[in-house]
Design a protein around this ligand. Structure first.
Ligand code: NAD
Length: 252
């Protein structure tokens, strides 16, 4: 049985990845700081092999404890996949001249420090099974709306970490980044926060594929990148955005 850790696995894209992998027969540990969302996930996953760990990915001691729990749960069997996905999903940090250092650090901690601690904890068990890593970046590493510097910087850092890690950890461990575009997650939240997605027609039609993304669009790519079919792919960035970053947007 293949074994994965997914951070931020209790809601949104991470939850989509967790349920997809469970459905494909994987054993999955979901790390998330939201207890209520983790409890919902555990209930939804039924009797499938899921371990939930309540942890903030930027908390060094908490992450060490969570990795120890996974090692115990798997009898030190190692790891096939780490999906480092947790982070503040809101890209808007506000005008740069009003952004406090403390706020700036919230984005860097959850995305960049969280990825560092997740990768550091996963390297030894991944080596044992020649596993792979997927870092969840964003198309906002490549292009921007105003007032999104903290998020853009964090996602750019993850893209740089991807190639650095691929060189450091190869040939044992492959490392790739996924850069999602607009992925609708309103209906992938914990029950108390769930809502029906509402979109304007233009939200859909502006995408070259004619729709907004869903967590399954990312989960399928994660599964592929973790598979032997992707054995020659490392250090790469995969934009999954329905073609939005390929659209020329000069005003007419
Ligand atoms: P989401 O808010 O729906 O889910 C994120 C989950 O991560 C939540 O369960 C939350 O509790 C958890 N989390 C957040 N910070 C954490 C921390 N410090 N420690 C532990 N858990 C933490 O978000 P999402 O939209 O599914 O986004 C998931 C990832 O994908 C994020 O890295 C986000 O930046 C990225 N992303 C999302 C989109 C999108 O359109 N949804 C687009 C590009 C990139």
């Amino acid at each position: 049985m293949r074994i994965a850790i997914v951070t931020g696995g209790a809601q949104g894209i991470g939850k989509g990845v967790v349920l997809h992998l469970l459905g494909k027969g994987w054993k999955v540990a979901a790390f998330d700081r939201d207890d209520e969302a983790l409890a919902d996930l555990a209930a939804e996953s039924g009797s499938q092999p899921l371990l939930t760990q309540a942890v903030d990915v930027a908390d060094e001691d908490g992450m060490a404890h969570a990795f120890a729990q996974v090692a115990r749960w798997t009898d030190n069997a190692g790891l096939d996949l780490l999906v480092s996905n947790a982070g503040i999903a809101d890209p808007v940090s506000g005008p740069i001249e009003e952004l406090s250092l403390q706020e700036w650090r919230r984005w860097q901690d959850s995305h960049v420090t969280g990825a560092f601690l997740a990768v550091r904890g996963a390297v030894a068990p991944l080596r044992a099974r020649e596993g792979s890593i997927v870092l969840m970046a964003s198309t906002r590493a490549l292009q921007s709306e105003p007032d999104t510097e903290a998020y853009a910087a964090a996602k750019g850092a993850l893209c740089a970490m991807t190639h650095a890690l691929a060189i450091s950890l190869g040939p044992d461990i492959r490392v790739n980044a996924i850069l999602p575009g607009w992925i609708e997650t309103a209906d992938w939240q914990k029950a108390s926060a769930r809502s029906e997605p509402e979109h304007r027609p233009i939200d859909r039609t502006q995408h070259p594929v004619g729709r907004i993304g869903v967590p399954a669009d990312i989960a399928g790519a994660v599964e592929f990148l973790a598979s032997d079919a992707a054995g020659f792919i490392t250090g790469q960035q995969f934009v999954i955005d329905g073609g939005m970053t390929r659209r020329m947007i000069y005003a007419h």
